[in-house]
Design a protein around this ligand. Structure first.
Ligand SMILES: NC(=O)c1ccc[n+]([C@@H]2O[C@H](COP(=O)([O-])OP(=O)(O)OC[C@H]3O[C@@H](n4cnc5c(N)ncnc54)[C@H](O)[C@@H]3O)[C@@H](O)[C@H]2O)c1
Length: 245
């Protein structure tokens, strides 16, 4: 079957060389741009797993709505996770929320962040404008990642001067529930960047799979195998997903 003939996506093994590991960035501080459906979910799981987060969107109103949504989602998580200890559940919610700051000015908050995850409107021009601007303000070591579902990562990375520190990080909806994360490497993405994003995804409790150039989910969607926004898709399937010619 086509799914098993060529391994376009493969499970990310933990057998990275020690020398490569030594150079990896340990992501502690994350800036999430876009507080909509995906960005709010990404901010939530990053905060819930011990990262400090700044969530950025265009207006305070959107951010307030976004934070309210995160709180509601966290309360659901707490209800299950701390069913026997409601006080611990409340503490988990409060502690997680306290690590999410908000801002309407991305450029002013990226100077000390380890990772920028972009989850804004699916428009190449708008994404390029954003990253071009952030490239001037972000720290030298900062990794940029886009959550795009349909755009080529290379064409977004090309708006910056840090193509080696640029990759795709494709989460699935709903982010707090879906385990799969596609880490998309372009020809310019460094191994260090790739491995740092794999480690970050694992730190979120996700199952990262590697992709080269094109999202396997997009490819599969184009072939009619599935709809990337309504995936009934498991890591085991993705491990043997065949790639495009
Ligand atoms: N919805 C999904 O199921 C899904 C799944 C995987 C990936 N994605 C991708 O994630 C990205 C976001 O999708 P979404 O569904 O969360 O969209 P959304 O419309 O819910 O949220 C986008 C947010 O970005 C904000 N925004 C727009 N331009 C901005 C800018 N310049 N600066 C700061 N904030 C800005 C908007 O105000 C909005 O709150 C898209 O690239 C999409 O392709 C979506």
């Amino acid at each position: 079957m086509a799914f098993v003939t060529r391994q376009f996506m493969r499970s990310v093994s933990s057998s990275s060389t020690a020398s490569a590991s030594a150079k990896k960035i340990i992501v502690k501080h994350v800036t999430v741009i876009g507080g909509g459906l995906m960005g709010a979910g990404i901010a939530q799981v990053a905060a819930a797993t011990g990262h400090t987060v700044v969530l950025v969107d265009q207006t305070e109103d959107i951010l307030a709505k976004s934070k309210k949504g995160i709180e509601e989602s966290l309360r659901k998580v707490a209800k299950k996770k701390f069913a026997e200890n409601l006080k611990a559940g409340d503490e988990f919610v409060e502690k997680t929320l306290s690590t999410i700051a908000t801002s309407t000015d991305a450029a002013s908050v990226v100077h000390s962040t380890d990772l920028v995850v972009e989850a804004i409107v699916e428009n190449l021009k708008v994404k390029n404008e954003l990253f071009k601007r952030l490239d001037k303000f972000a720290a030298e070591h900062t990794i940029f990642a886009s959550n795009t579902s349909s755009l080529q990562i290379t064409s977004i990375a090309n708006a910056t001067t840090r193509q080696d520190r640029f990759a795709g990080l494709h989460f699935f909806n709903p982010v707090p529930v879906m385990k799969l994360v596609e880490v998309i490497k372009t020809p310019m993405t460094s191994q260090k960047t790739f491995e740092s994003l794999v480690d970050f995804s694992k730190a979120l409790g996700k199952h990262p799979v590697s992709c080269k150039g094109l999202l396997a989910s997009l490819w599969a969607s184009e072939k009619g195998f599935w709809n990337s926004h309504h995936p009934h898709y498991s890591p085991s399937q993705s491990n043997c997903m065949a790639g495009p010619d």
